[in-house]
Design a binder for this molecule. Structure first.
Ligand code: URA
Ligand code: SF4
Length: 191
């Protein structure tokens, strides 16, 4: 499946009950041959209304942090979520919803072929790294995932709730920057 067909099919998806309450499917955004990919949990209210990932307060914080290491959404990375439709009242997506939605993400990863994947928060890390992932102990640690390396950082919403976690996240992002310079061949960083 190519991008156009994938996105069209995803926008019409009714594979789990979240379709009933969504305003928009949040497919993903960014550079389609990026070497760096960010994966969050699921759309919140602003994302659901605009149809784009990470556009609310947490998204703004994420954009600001990534800019510090030269990453910009329309220039050098791709960003999406585990589930593409908003869970009501921002509850965690159910396992059944995550499973139903996984094929879309698998196809996206197959098309992008990222070298580095960054999970935003515990939920994405549990799905993509390992079920017993411990975000407090294992954020910033790289794991092998086929041809890619994958790590998790704290979710930007957690950084809004607890600014005390920001210095650790800054270290994790510096590690990401180092790994990009080591591993990526065509990623330009925009400082
Ligand atoms: N939180 C997420 O996990 N994803 C979004 O797109 C927005 C907020
Ligand atoms: Fe389909 Fe995923 Fe939306 Fe569920 S959350 S309806 S599986 S796109």
């Amino acid at each position: 499946m190519g991008w156009e067909e994938l996105e069209k099919n995803c926008r019409e998806c009714k594979k789990c009950a979240l379709w009933e309450t969504r305003h928009n499917v949040v497919f993903g955004e960014g550079v389609k041959d990026a070497e760096v990919m960010f994966i969050g949990e699921g759309p919140g209210e602003n994302e659901d209304l605009q149809g784009k990932p990470f556009v609310g307060r947490a998204g703004k914080l994420l954009d600001d942090m990534l800019k510090i290491i030269g990453l910009e959404r329309d220039k050098n990375y791709y960003i999406t979520n585990i589930v593409k439709c908003r869970p009501p009242h921002n509850r965690d997506p159910l396992n059944t919803e995550q499973d139903a939605c996984m094929d879309w993400l698998t196809e996206q990863i197959a098309l992008i072929k990222p070298k580095l994947i960054v999970c935003l928060g515990r939920i994405a890390a549990k799905v993509l790294i390992k079920d017993n992932f411990k975000i407090t102990a294992e954020h910033g640690v790289w794991f092998d995932r086929g041809d890619a390396k994958i790590m998790a950082i704290y979710h930007p919403a957690a950084l809004l709730r607890d600014p005390g976690k920001r210095p650790e996240t800054f270290c994790d992002l510096k590690e990401l920057e180092r790994a990009i310079k080591e591993t990526c061949t065509h990623t330009v960083l925009y400082y």
